[in-house]
Ligand binder design. Structure first.
Ligand code: ATP
Ligand code: MG
Length: 395
């Protein structure tokens, strides 16, 4: 049987000194979990490379490769052909495994890495040998060491040798679970799923809270958020989602608080609710999709008013991003098409005609006193519903 494996190159985690082992363990656990439905694989690491080896022929390598491309902590990945550690076998394997790309290329070079120093040939000798063989096998090819169409890479490792072409860029970042737990405030919009993805990329394990206001917001709007989290989950893994019903609270704000402060008051109650969910779930930070100046509630003054009740760090990875940059990331991670579906969000019902863009904290605090916020909040949280969102793993 022709043996093929997937090689994953580790990024930043290689630099983390004493923590490196712990980081690698988390990464490997994440990879194993992500590959579960693609077949049986053995996953292990050696020298800043993770090896993903299929255990039998039922393993779905295409699916496994796709999944590996969405694991944070991996800078580059590639499928590779495995060969016995014998120079003749290695050069034959290179010709056979890379036949198609070599036929399509006009120029090539060979690069070799030898981590098994007992192998009797040095890297330049291996490269020269393989290069010479490929020139004979593919007479149309020329060597170009500066700007080749394809670089044939040979790695002589402990157990075997591997040949592959240029690796593809991985998802980057650091392994999910190495950066603590964060609670993302997720709406059905474009921004919050991207914000969630960015923090997962920095190692944060996600829990999510969504605020709904039925019957003003529909079951379809809720389902949209579930599907967004499934998409984010392809990178972030499983996400617990807590849904909090804010209908009563919003109606009370509408009926009793000064109209121009509705938005900022609602946002303060969202942050208060989120803070309590975060504390219950063991999360050390809140995450939102806010971007400075995007809407009335995202001015510096409005953010100051909401931060005043957060009680923990609020991560806003998009604070300096333009909409066009956010859209680009959303398209890349697959949330864009879902986000643009036209369902209402609780933030967009009862919106005042002229929201105060520069709210002043003590006026907001006064305005809030018109309702029994604490009781409403407690009631909403008592009825919160939780569910686990598993990544959408399409086969
Ligand atoms: P998004 O694209 O994420 O909806 P937005 O530009 O529409 O953001 P706002 O509606 O002001 O901005 O919301 C700002 C942030 O507040 C969102 O990014 C999200 O983190 C949080 N948020 C808004 N609505 C909800 C909701 N219904 N449930 C949970 N969080 C919400
Ligand atoms: Mg929104």
């Amino acid at each position: 049987m022709e043996k093929e494996i997937i090689l994953l190159k580790l990024g930043e985690i290689a630099l983390k000194g004493l923590n490196r082992r712990a980081f690698e363990d988390v990464l490997i656990k994440n990879i194993r979990r992500r590959l579960k439905s693609a077949g049986e694989f053995s996953v292990y690491s050696r020298q800043s490379t993770v090896y993903v080896e299929p255990k039998d022929e039922n393993a779905d390598m295409d699916l496994a490769e796709e999944r590996c491309g969405k694991v944070f902590g991996v800078v580059a990945y590639t499928r590779a052909g495995a060969a016995e550690k014998d120079l003749l076998k290695i050069r034959e394997k290179a010709a056979e495994y890379l036949r198609e790309p070599l036929e399509d290329a006009r120029t090539f070079k060979v690069e070799c890495k030898r981590s098994d120093k007992k192998f009797p040939y040095k890297s330049p000798e291996i490269s020269a040998e393989v290069g010479g063989y490929l020139l004979e096998a593919f007479p149309h090819l020329r060597v170009d060491v500066h700007n080749p169409d394809i670089t044939v890479r040979v790695e002589v490792r402990e157990a075997e040798a591997y040949v592959h072409a240029d690796p593809r860029p991985g998802a980057g970042g650091i392994p999910v679970g190495t950066g603590g737990k964060g609670l993302v405030l997720i709406s059905g919009g474009l921004d919050s799923p991207v914000a969630a993805w960015m923090m997962a990329k920095r190692g944060v394990e996600l829990t999510a809270v969504h605020f709904a206001s039925p019957p003003y917001t529909s079951e379809l709007a809720h389902d949209k958020v579930v599907r967004l989290l499934q998409k984010v989950g392809e990178y972030a893994g499983r996400i617990k989602m807590v849904t909090v019903n804010l209908t009563r609270l919003q109606e009370e704000i509408r009926d009793k608080c000064p109209e121009e402060l509705h938005t900022v008051i609602l946002r303060r109650f969202m942050l208060r609710a989120a803070r309590r969910v975060a504390e219950d779930e063991g999360c050390g930070a809140l995450i939102t999709g806010e971007s400075l100046g995007q809407v009335a509630s995202q001015t510096m003054q409005a953010i100051a008013c909401t931060d005043a009740v957060a009680g923990m760090p609020v991560f806003r990875p998009l604070i300096g991003a333009d909409k066009s940059e956010i859209v680009k990331t959303a398209a890349k991670i697959g949330t864009y098409d879902i986000s643009i579906e036209p369902y209402e969000d609780c933030c967009t019902i009862f919106t005042p005609k002229h929201p105060r863009t520069k709210p002043i904290l003590h006026f907001v605090e006064d305005g809030e006193k018109a309702i029994d916020g604490e009781a409403l909040l407690r009631e909403a949280l008592e009825q919160a519903e939780a569910r686990q969102i598993l990544p959408e793993l399409q086969n």
